[in-house]
Design a protein around this ligand. Sequence first.
Ligand SMILES: Nc1nc2c(c(=O)[nH]1)N[C@H]1C(S)=C(S)[C@@H](COP(=O)(O)OP(=O)(O)OC[C@H]3O[C@@H](n4cnc5c(N)ncnc54)[C@H](O)[C@@H]3O)O[C@H]1N2
Ligand code: MOO
Length: 456
Amino acid sequence: MTRNSIRGPARKGSRGAAADMPWAEARALAAAVAGPLPPAEVPLAEAGGLRLAAPVRALAPIPGFDTAAMDGYAVAGPPPWRVVGSVLAGRVAHEGVLAPGTAVEIATGAEVPHGADAVLPVEGALRTGDLVRGEIARGRHIRPRGTDCPQGRDLVTAGAVVTPALLGLAASVGHDTLTVHPPPRVAVLVTGDEVVSTGLPGRGRVRDAIGPMLPGLLSWSGARLVPAPLPDAAGLPGGDPGTAGSWPGRDADPPGRAPYAAGGGGAGRGGVAAGAEAPVVPWARVRDSVEALAAAVTAAGAAADVVVVCGASSKGPADHLRRVLADLGAEVLVAGVACRPGHPQVLARLPGGRVLVGLPGNPFAALVAAMTLLVPALRALGGRTPPGAQWSALAGDVRPHPALTRLVAVRRAEDAAVPVGHDRPGTLWGAALADALAVVPPGWGGAPVELVELPS
Ligand SMILES: Nc1nc2c(c(=O)[nH]1)N[C@H]1C(S)=C(S)[C@@H](COP(=O)(O)OP(=O)(O)OC[C@H]3O[C@@H](n4cnc5c(N)ncnc54)[C@H](O)[C@@H]3O)O[C@H]1N2
Ligand code: MOO
């Protein structure tokens, strides 16, 4: 596959389209950027939603012993039976062998004594004093040990998603942990000195729309957002959260607005203004400088499997990502994608092997880039196979681009996917109304299109 190495300042050119990789090729490359993370054994409570890296084997059988399936009497031999005792669930069965002509009262789930031929449900029992009568068929209402799940049997194969039912099954056959592909850890760096995280953006400012979108997108992709540990001494000045270009972990919010703190317990500079009610968010704010971004990427790359940089992906004076990747000696695998929106997206391997995805600053462009590069890479790291492609007719007046793939916000309907509109690069309005992106290839002539499902 084509690999574009950028070893110097960002290349000049007219919006880079000539160097951009075809959309499908970029997505496939992202899906192959890394293999699954090494398997790990995790407690059941943390395994939900992950992929099994080893089969679930029955360490214990189900049932674990010959079990009564009904409340009634465990009986031996032909009737009438003399009641000689009782066994409740959780109690050890009647000691010894139940002699012909005798019975014990038994509760559903209790251990059936040796020698019992059947369990006679209480509804069918005629009891007089210590004698009981009724009709039985041999073996009726006894669940023999191991009939539901034999001990030692592999019950679910590797690769399956750990669903709530699978968690219950694993517990029932004796597991406290499961061997899974751990969720990729993702550190998110939001750039842009003009970006604010709370309240109404002032003049020249814009409210962060990408940070809030990513945690759900990451968990939907089987990944986990981890705090980006921003180093103190790395050209990252501390500063007044009221000024643009403040420190990582604080927003360049207008004075008087509560800044967010980065980190959620672990980010180096996750400062909270004294007295401010500062919600903690687990993504970090990085100011627009080459040094700050380089330090933040390096630190995040040491703490996470995947580093996501939001903004700074293009060619403006404050767009430092490409320069930083070159300076760090990163291998740039995708330097741009031939699609609209979202062409200035980046996929790179950092020194040491961690993956970096650069999302454009325009929010819908960022979502498109996330669906193109980030989600496939996360699925691969999490040991997930790509979802089967969905194809659909496309309704509405959609005009293809002659040379680029267009990603159009649509809602899926029975006959056709219907464009929802409002899907300009700078807004998530259309994406918020949509449930999929329609992939409209260059020069499209009306054939069915692929749909990329959006996170729900
Ligand atoms: N000379 C060129 N200029 C631009 C090109 C190009 O190819 N050549 N591409 C354009 C396209 S397309 C996009 S998309 C943007 C991508 O820019 P960046 O990734 O460098 O992002 P910024 O410049 O920082 O911001 C762009 C835009 O998005 C707003 N922004 C940034 N972060 C956020 C956020 N977290 N939430 C909401 N909005 C955000 C920012 O204020 C800008 O308005 O570049 C074009 N330019
Ligand atoms: O393609 Mo940009 O990605 O126009 O917003």
